[in-house]
Design a protein around this ligand. Structure first.
Ligand code: NAD
Ligand code: DAU
Length: 346
C-alpha cells in the first residue's frame, strides 16, 4: 500500500497523473494537496472523486504553508510526495516573477523539509526541459549545465538545485523528471495548444509569436504520466530523467496541424510581437528513461490531433474559463496590443 501526496494535483498534468495512477494501482491511495490558483480546478478531478471514493482525498492548501503540509502528511500517513505544484506559465513570469519564486522555490523548500522531517520513502520533483535553456543544436542530457533564461525557468531550476542539495546533505530519497511541453485534456487555455485550438473553434485569431519557427517537443500528457510512473517504480534514487518524445516541430507547423484538424482557414494565423527572451528550441535526449523500459507512444502530430478532439468535445470545461472576467483581463493584457500592432503591420 502506498499513500501518495500529489501537490498541484488539481492542475493539468497533476490531474491526469492522479487519474492514471488510481486506475492503474488499485492498492494506492492519493491525497491531492492544491492551493487552487487560477490554474487549479476541482472540475479536473470531478470524475476521479466519484470513481475512486475512499482511495482519493482532496486538501486545499498552499505548499508554502509548512503547518498545513505537515498536518496533511501526518493525517494521511503519507510515504511518497510528488510535487507538481508550481506557477507554470512563462508569459506570466515575465509580468510577475514574485509568485514563481515563492511557489517554485520557497514552496519546494517547505516540501523538502517536510519530507526530511517525516522520513518519507520518496520525494519526486516534477521539473521541465526549460531548466537547460534553449538548445540550438543537439539534445539536452541530464548531466548538462542549467542555463534557464526566463523567470519561470530560473525558478524551476532553483527548485531542482534545492532538491539535489537535500539529497547530498541529508541523503533524502529523491528523483527528478524533466518533461517537455505537455498537451492533452484539462490544460488551461493560456498555453499555446489549448489557446490556439479554442480560438480557432471560435474563429478568433491565433497569435503566433515572432516568426513561429521556435521548436518544441509537444508530448501527450499520458506519456509524461507513464514516464513519471516508470521513474517512481524503476528509477535510481538521486537521479534525474528527461521525459519527452525526443523530436520537435516548429510552432507554425503545430498551428497548421490544429487548423487542419478543425478544418479552419490558415487566415486565422496572425504573427505578433515576440515573447521577450523567447527560447528558440528545446530538445531532450530521452535515452536514460528509455533504458528503464519506457517509451513515448504518441507522436507529436497525433498528440496535437487528440488534444484538439478533446477540446471540441469538452467545451463545457473551457468555455466558462474563457468567458470569465479573470481570463478576459489576462487575455487583454497579453494580446490586445500585440494583435492591434500585428494587424497594423499586416
Ligand atoms: P498547471 O499550471 O496546470 O497546474 C499547477 C497546479 O499547481 C494548479 O493546480 C495550482 O492550483 C497548483 N499550485 C500553484 N501554486 C500552488 C501552491 N503555492 N500551493 C499548492 N498548489 C499550488 O501546471 P501543469 O502544466 O500541470 O504543470 C505541473 C508541473 O509540471 C509544474 O511543476 C510544471 O513546472 C511542470 N511541467 C509542466 C510542463 C507543461 O508543458 N505544462 C512540462 C514540463 C514540466
Ligand atoms: O517545455 C516545458 C514547458 O512548456 C513547461 O515547463 C511550461 O510550464 C509550459 O508552459 C511550456 O512552456 P512554453 O513556453 O514552451 O509553452 P507555451 O504554451 O507558453 O508556448 C509554446 C510555444 O508557443 C512557445 O514557443 C511560445 C509560443 N506561443 C505561445 C503562446 C501562449 C505563441 O506563439 N503564441 C502564444 O500565444
Amino acid at each position: 500500500m502506498r499513500h501518495i501526496m500529489v501537490t498541484g494535483g488539481a492542475g493539468f498534468i497533476g490531474s491526469n497523473f492522479v487519474r492514471y495512477m488510481l486506475q492503474n494501482y488499485p492498492a494506492y491511495n492519493i491525497v491531492v494537496y492544491d492551493k487552487l490558483t487560477y490554474a487549479g480546478r476541482l472540475e479536473n478531478l470531478q470524475d476521479v472523486a466519484e470513481a475512486f471514493e475512499g482511495r482519493y482525498a482532496f486538501v486545499k492548501g498552499d505548499i508554502c504553508d509548512a503547518d498545513r503540509v505537515e498536518q496533511t502528511i501526518k493525517q494521511h500517513r503519507i510515504d511518497t510526495l510528488i510535487n507538481f505544484a508550481a506557477e507554470t506559465h512563462v508569459d506570466r513570469s515575465l509580468v510577475e516573477p514574485g509568485s514563481f519564486i515563492q511557489t517554485d522555490v520557497y514552496g519546494t523548500y517547505v516540501l523538502l523539509e517536510a519530507a526530511r522531517k517525516f522520513e518519507l520513502e520518496r520525494y519526486h520533483q516534477i521539473s521541465t526541459d526549460e531548466v537547460y535553456g534553449q538548445v540550438l543544436d543537439g539534445r539536452s542530457t541530464e548531466a548538462d549545465h542549467l542555463e534557464p533564461r526566463s523567470p519561470y525557468a530560473a525558478s524551476k531550476a532553483s527548485g531542482d538545485l534545492m532538491v539535489l542539495a537535500y539529497q547530498e546533505s541529508w541523503n533524502l530519497p529523491i528523483t527528478i523528471t524533466r518533461g517537455s511541453n505537455n498537451i492533452g485534456p484539462y490544460q488551461y487555455p493560456e498555453k499555446v495548444v489549448p489557446l490556439f485550438t479554442t480560438n480557432a473553434i471560435d474563429d478568433r485569431p491565433l497569435p503566433v509569436y515572432g516568426d513561429g519557427k521556435q521548436m518544441r517537443d509537444y508530448q501527450y500528457v499520458l506519456d509524461h504520466c507513464t514516464g513519471i510512473d516508470t521513474v517512481l517504480h524503476k528509477g535510481v534514487l538521486g537521479e534525474i530523467y528527461n521525459v519527452g518524445t525526443g523530436s520537435e516541430i516548429t510552432n507554425i507547423e503545430m498551428t497548421k496541424i490544429i487548423l487542419h484538424t478543425l478544418g479552419k482557414s490558415e487566415n486565422l494565423i496572425q504573427y505578433v510581437e515576440d515573447r521577450p527572451g523567447h527560447d528558440r528550441r528545446y530538445a531532450l535526449d530521452i535515452s536514460k528513461l528509455c533504458a528503464l523500459g519506457w517509451n513515448s507512444t504518441v507522436p507529436c502530430e497525433a498528440a496535437i490531433e487528440q488534444t484538439v478532439h478533446w477540446y471540441v468535445a469538452n467545451a463545457w470545461w473551457w468555455q466558462p474559463i474563457k468567458n470569465g472576467e479573470l481570463y478576459k483581463a489576462y487575455y487583454a493584457q497579453q494580446y490586445a496590443q500585440r494583435l492591434e500592432k500585428g494587424a497594423a503591420v499586416g
